[in-house]
Design a protein. Structure first.
Length: 250
């Protein structure tokens, strides 16, 4: 896909990877709409980039997803790119916790239910555009589960799987289906300070967005590029080492 000349919706576009994706579409001359739950973050992003359009939306809520779809259809009828980027990551042990089910349900709703439902809502609209794309943001952890965030990893593996099927199902239409597979990137994912060891967000976004612009359909960066291409045996060994390291505290 080309980054120029589109009308793009980026969920979770007010911060981190979503904002970096939004910025690259803007720089290429596309119209960009971002959404998220926090109005102050959307406002901050708009102050930085006055041409951005923004809407408060909690993608975990079915009704809000439908309202977002209707609002986009009405206000941005040429919208032709959906970026499913919004996500949360909880470090939790689901078999050793008293937390209510609603916490897990929320993670499933944001990371998996929302992107699937948004694809379903927008599919017909996107098919009517001359050129269109769906970009799903998964994770290197889709390929190498980490036991410190088991629900998160399951949602990302499922979203990768859904993306591959969607690509086939839309292959005879104008809609390209792309996947960004980030490694650990220095954002506020999971809480401030938890990803400072990650790749710098701009270097990561420059690389993956350039590769999408050049026509690649699935792109990783650094470590996640290796993991998305590795054998099952290599990834199992990677997961095992990661779990041993995380749980031994070394
Ligand atoms: N950073 C990494 O190491 C890494 C690695 C692999 C994959 N990823 C993926 O990259 C994507 C972006 O994450 P990030 O690293 O940029 O983290 P981030 O800075 O925390 O950004 C997440 C964004 O999603 C939005 N969001 C969360 N829940 C939402 C909801 N219910 N409705 C609407 N928006 C919501 C947040 O805004 P509000 O809180 O205002 O709603 C925020 O703008 C996620 O899908 C994440 O899983 C990140």
């Amino acid at each position: 896909m080309k980054l120029a000349g589109n009308t793009v919706l980026v969920t979770g576009g007010a911060s981190g990877i979503g904002l970096a994706i939004a910025e690259r579409f803007l720089q290429a001359g596309s119209t960009v709409i971002i959404c998220g739950r926090r109005e102050d973050k959307l406002h901050e992003a708009k102050q930085q980039h006055p041409t951005l359009h923004a809407r408060v939306c909690d993608v975990a809520q079915e009704q809000e997803r439908k309202e977002l779809y209707n609002w986009i259809r009405e206000n941005f009828p040429k919208m032709n790119v959906l970026v499913n980027n919004a996500g949360i990551q909880r470090r939790v042990n689901p078999v050793d916790t008293q937390e209510p089910w609603s916490e897990t349900q929320q993670e499933l709703a944001i990371n998996l239910e929302a992107p699937i439902h948004l694809c379903m809502l927008f599919a017909e609209h996107l098919k009517k555009q001359e050129k269109a794309a769906i970009i799903n943001v998964t994770s290197g952890l889709a390929f190498t589960p980490a036991a410190f965030a088991p629900i998160y990893c399951a949602t990302k593996a499922a979203l990768h799987s859904f993306t591959v099927s969607l690509r086939f199902l839309l292959s005879k239409t104008s809609v390209e289906v792309l996947e960004i597979v980030p490694p650990a990137v220095n954002t506020d994912l999971g809480g401030v300070g938890l990803h400072t060891f990650g790749e710098p967000v701009d270097a990561f976004a420059d690389s993956v967005m350039q590769r999408l612009d050049q026509g690649e359909l699935e792109v990783g960066y650094g470590n996640s590029e290796q993991r998305r291409l590795a054998s099952r045996q290599e990834n199992d060994a990677f997961s095992e080492q990661m779990n041993q390291r995380m749980f031994s505290g070394s």
